[in-house]
Ligand binder design. Structure first.
Ligand code: IPD
Length: 272
């Protein structure tokens, strides 16, 4: 049954197909075309918040494809793409999530593309070419990693959980994030810092991490990965009772999610 009133059946399938095509095209361009001498094209919030020429070119490639296929949709992209749109569909794009990994030649970077319909994320694709992996999800239809169903691990107790996290680009925020982490490290199995929030959320979805949290993400970092994690059985959110947001993103299977979210609340992980 069509759950989008006044919209044709098959909209979600169409959006998924376009997201997969755009992510694969951008991924091939980034993987095959990475210059040996890749440098920083610009900086954003701080000297270590970098943009490469490849981030900009990847976003252009994706937005051009979207404009050709669905000219009335809105677009929000990390590198500045911003189109209002009139169709009710909005694309949320991170042309390279894990830019610092990409700059240094580390494999954990991804193209992240989500489609929202009337504000609700219905499609998410996270394509990580150097890992040979594509995660995808459609709202209500499950999550997949390279065509295999993705499923979270059964929830362990917090003290046995392998927890991913990340850090912002501004020194003051990082200092505060380190304070929170100092408290949390003795209370969990271990911590991982992969360098791509989109991949971290997929790693929760496929059971390579028990949980993930981070303060300060933007919608383009989490939109696709959030849907993939939820469709794989995770709960996601922000502070207790709130949806995930730039203040705080938490993802984990039911049973662990509540314990981690409550501990992060006590530690004040949502503020600088
Ligand atoms: C960053 C990555 C990183 C996270 C940062 C994000 P970017 O995104 O997702 O893992 O810790 O908070 O900003 O800048 O590489 O697109």
């Amino acid at each position: 049954m069509n759950d989008q009133p006044n919209r044709p059946d098959g909209l979600k399938a169409e959006l998924l197909e376009i997201a997969l095509e755009a992510a694969h095209r951008a991924g091939a361009f980034l993987h095959d075309g990475r210059p040996e001498d890749l440098g920083v094209a610009a900086t954003k919030s701080s000297a270590v918040d970098v943009v490469t020429e490849m981030d900009i070119a990847s976003e252009k490639l994706i937005t051009a494809l979207l404009a050709e296929r669905r000219p009335h949709d809105g677009v929000l992209g990390e590198e500045g793409a911003s189109v209002e749109g009139t169709s009710g569909v909005q694309w949320v794009i991170d042309p390279i999530d894990g830019t610092v990994n990409y700059l240094y030649g580390l494999p954990s970077w991804a193209v992240s593309i989500a489609a929202r319909v009337d504000g609700e994320t219905v499609v998410g694709v996270v394509h990580a070419p150097a890992r040979g992996e594509t995660c995808r999800a459609v709202l209500g239809e499950g999550a997949y990693v390279n065509d295999r169903p993705a499923r979270v691990r059964p929830a362990p107790a917090l003290e046995l959980a392998l927890v991913g996290t990340g850090f912002g680009y501004r020194a003051e925020r990082r200092a505060r994030q380190a304070d929170v982490l100092r408290e949390l490290i003795p209370e969990v199995r271990d911590i991982r810092r992969g360098g791509s929030a989109a991949i971290d959320l997929c790693d929760v979805a496929v059971g390579r991490l028990d949980a993930y949290y981070e303060r300060g993400l933007n919608a383009w970092d989490y939109a696709a990965g959030d849907l993939i994690a939820r469709e794989a059985g995770a709960l996601t959110g922000g502070r207790p009772g709130e949806p995930l947001s730039p203040d705080l993103t938490v993802a984990a299977p039911p049973g662990l999610f509540e314990a981690l979210q409550a501990r992060l609340e006590q530690l004040g992980a949502w503020h600088d």
